[in-house]
Design a protein. Structure first.
Length: 341
């Protein structure tokens, strides 16, 4: 059994911890928290051993009546691998801790790419993480774009990608980010950081990205234009592209019969089908939006920023430790988590 530690039990960490407990080849050693808030109470209620991320704050947990299993040093030492789910920038500060215990670590997309040996997406470059000590699971948006570009590149070749990202202002619980009553070019200068981040997965892909921040919390939406390889043997029809994407295990093709016109109905759809926290692990592509004009493919997709990287973290654990190949890992993760809508 792979012994997994999760350092950080917030938006991503609590979801990764839950996913790890579902895996037949993994065991959750414990989770680390900085403060005894409601998420710390949740970890205790779930039976997850709780460790203090900051030793000076142990007395706060004692005062709150929350039992600790030890310190984060002890947690990392007991693990085969640690998933760092701390806020952006803290992962870089934690790297010496993981190195001191010779424990390989996964970081999230908010960390700089130069912190790690490789960036990771399970669909696109699983093998690159095998045997690595430090791996970054790319951000929610980059995960969604990588999942989309991988089959398109394999089937048709991609000459150029142009993406406009309409980004939520903050997660539902991030009250420090809003609400905003505005629409902000973010950033004003091009490209946004998303294109260069996609290039950490697809180094040779020509991609331009720009972003808008809007007063919403539910999901991101991508307007995608992909210029397919003009030298390929014939352009696919829109129906052929739809069939290709429908075969992808982490893509949900939204049909017109679903009557889902936006992120709100997508979240309700997930809740109605019993998804924990209303999570949408899949790329959500509006089938009707898929169109092909000459060698240009167009579509809209929605990305749930709180959850689409969770299965990627699970797969990255196996990739780093070399316990399964890409197909085996994705299939096991999908089955245990209940992938597919």
């Amino acid at each position: 059994m792979i012994q997994v530690a999760v350092n950080g039990y917030g938006t991503i960490g609590k979801r990764v911890a839950d996913a790890v407990t579902l895996q037949p080849d993994m065991e959750l050693v414990g989770v680390a928290k900085t403060s005894p808030n409601h998420e710390a109470e949740l970890a205790a209620e779930n039976g997850y051993p709780l460790y203090a991320a900051v030793e000076d704050r142990i007395e706060l947990f004692d005062a709150a009546g929350i039992e600790l299993a030890g310190t984060v040093d002890e947690l990392v030492d007991a693990a085969d691998i640690v998933v760092d789910a701390c806020p952006s920038g803290i992962g870089a500060e934690n790297r010496p801790l993981y190195e001191a215990h010779d424990t390989p670590a996964l970081y999230q997309g908010g960390e700089d790419a130069d912190l790690v040996d490789t960036s990771f997406n399970a669909r696109a470059n699983y093998a690159d993480a095998e045997g690595a000590d430090h791996v970054r699971v790319v951000s929610c948006n980059t995960t969604g774009l990588s999942r989309l570009f991988a089959p398109l590149e394999e089937a048709y070749g991609v000459e150029k990608a142009r993406v406009t990202l309409v980004r939520r202002g903050g997660d539902p619980g991030q009250t420090d980010r809003g609400p905003i009553n505005d629409i902000l070019p973010n950033p004003v200068a091009l490209p946004s950081h998303h294109g260069p981040d996609v290039n950490t997965i697809f180094p040779d892909l020509s991609i331009d990205t720009l972003g808008l921040k809007v007063p919403a919390t539910l999901m991101h939406t991508h307007s995608v234009n992909v210029q397919l390889d003009p030298d390929a043997d014939g352009m696919p029809s829109a129906d052929e592209v739809r069939e290709l994407l429908a075969e992808e295990d982490r893509t949900f093709m939204i049909q017109s019969r679903h009557d889902i016109d936006g992120a709100g109905k997508l979240k309700e759809y997930a809740l109605d089908r019993g998804r924990p926290r209303g999570d949408l692990w899949e790329n959500c592509v509006w089938t009707e939006s898929v169109s092909v004009e000459d060698d240009d493919l167009y579509l809209f997709q929605a990305i749930h920023q709180e959850s689409d990287v969770v299965p990627e973290n699970v797969d990255a654990i196996r990739a780093v430790l070399g316990t399964a190949d890409a197909g085996e890992s994705r299939e096991r993760t999908d089955e245990t988590m209940g992938m597919g809508l």
